[in-house]
Write a protein that binds this ligand. Sequence first.
Ligand code: CP3
Length: 342
Amino acid sequence: MTDRKVMKVLRGETVFPPPIWMMRQAGRYLPEYREVRKNAGTFLDLCYSPDLAVEVTLQPIRRFGFDAAILFSDILVVPHALGRDLRFEEGRGPLMTPIDKDGIFWLESAGAADRLEPVYETVRLLRQQLPAETTLLGFCGAPWTVATYMIAGHGTPDQAPARLFAYREPEAFRKLLNELSDVSAEYLIRQINAGADAVQIFDSWSGVLDEACFEEFCIAPVEKIVRKVRAVHPNVPIIGFPKGAGALYTNYRQRTGVTALGLDWTVPLSMASSLQGDGAVQGNLDPLRVVAGGKAIDAGVDAILESLGHGPLIFNLGHGITPDAPVSHVEQMINRVRLTHR
Ligand code: CP3
C-alpha cells in the first residue's frame, strides 16, 4: 500500500516523475477492448459481468503499466439501479426515457445500492489481480452530471433540458439531486468496502452552469457525498473532477472537501499551480494532443511537468482518451512523462 505512488500523491507528497493514468483508459482506442466488447453483448452486459469488466480494466495496466486502474463501469449504472431504463447505442451514446416530475417521486431508492453488487464483485476481483503497486480507483458520476442524462434522455451539448427543468421545477430537481447524492455515497462506500483505494467523482457537465447553479447543483451535492463517505471511510482520498468549472475551480476543494482536484485542459497551468498549494491536482493534457501526436504531445507534457512537477501531481488527460487516439501516441506520452528528468 505504501508503495502506491498515486496514493502518496493523493496524501500530498511530491513524486517525480509523477504517477500516470488516463481517464477512459479502458476503451475503444485499444484493439483488445474492441475484441472483448464485440463478444460481450451489450455495453451494460460488459459493465455487469465481473469477469469481463475485470479483463478490460486490466488491459491498459498490462499494456502500459499505468499507476492506477479505474474500475470499468459507467456513471449511468446508478440511475439504472434506481429503476430507470438505459441502453447504449453505437454512435449515439447513452439513451434513457427522459424523467419527469412524477418519475422523480417513483425512483426505486430502496435497495438501489444492492442492485449494483456485480460492480462490487468486479472491485474485489480487481484488488486480488492487480499488481500491489497499482492504485485501484472506484468512481461515480456527480449528481448534476447524472441528472443531465436522466432529464434529457441522452447527451446534449449544453444540457439545456436539465437547466430548464431545474429552473422550472426546483423542488423536484432538488429531490432528484438528493436521491442521487444518497445512492452515490452508498455506492462509493461499498466500492471502498470491496477494495477501492480511492474514488473519483466525475462532474463532466459542471461547465454549463452559472455561479449560483454551480453552488447548488455541483458543490452542495458533492459536499454531501464527501461527508457521507468520510463518515465511514475518513482516510480514503476522493478526487473531484468538475470539468469546465473555470474560475469556479478556485474554492471547489474547500467547499466540497474533496482531497484532490481533477483539472480539465482549459485550466491555465498558473492557476493549476496555485490550486496545487492546497493539495494534489490531476491532469490536464488535452486529449486531442494524444490524437495529433508528435510535438503536440511533447510540448503539452513538458509544460505540465514544468509547471506542476514540483508539487503533488497525478499526470492524466484533461478528459477521457478518444477512440481515434493511436496506441503509439499513448506510448509516446507515457515515455515523455516517465523519462523526463529534473
Ligand atoms: O476506463 C475508464 O475510464 C473506466 C470506465 C468509464 C466509462 N465511462 C466506460 C465507457 C468511466 C469512468 C466512464 C464515466 C462516464 N460515463 C462519464 C464521466 C466521464 C466523462 O467521460 O465525461 C460520462 C459522462 C459517462 C456517460 C457515457 N458513457 C457517455 C456519454 C458515453 C458515450 C460516449 C462514448 O464515448 O461513446 C458512454 C459510453 C462508454 N462508457 C464507453 C466506455 C468505454 C464507450 C461505449 C462502448 O465501449 O461501447
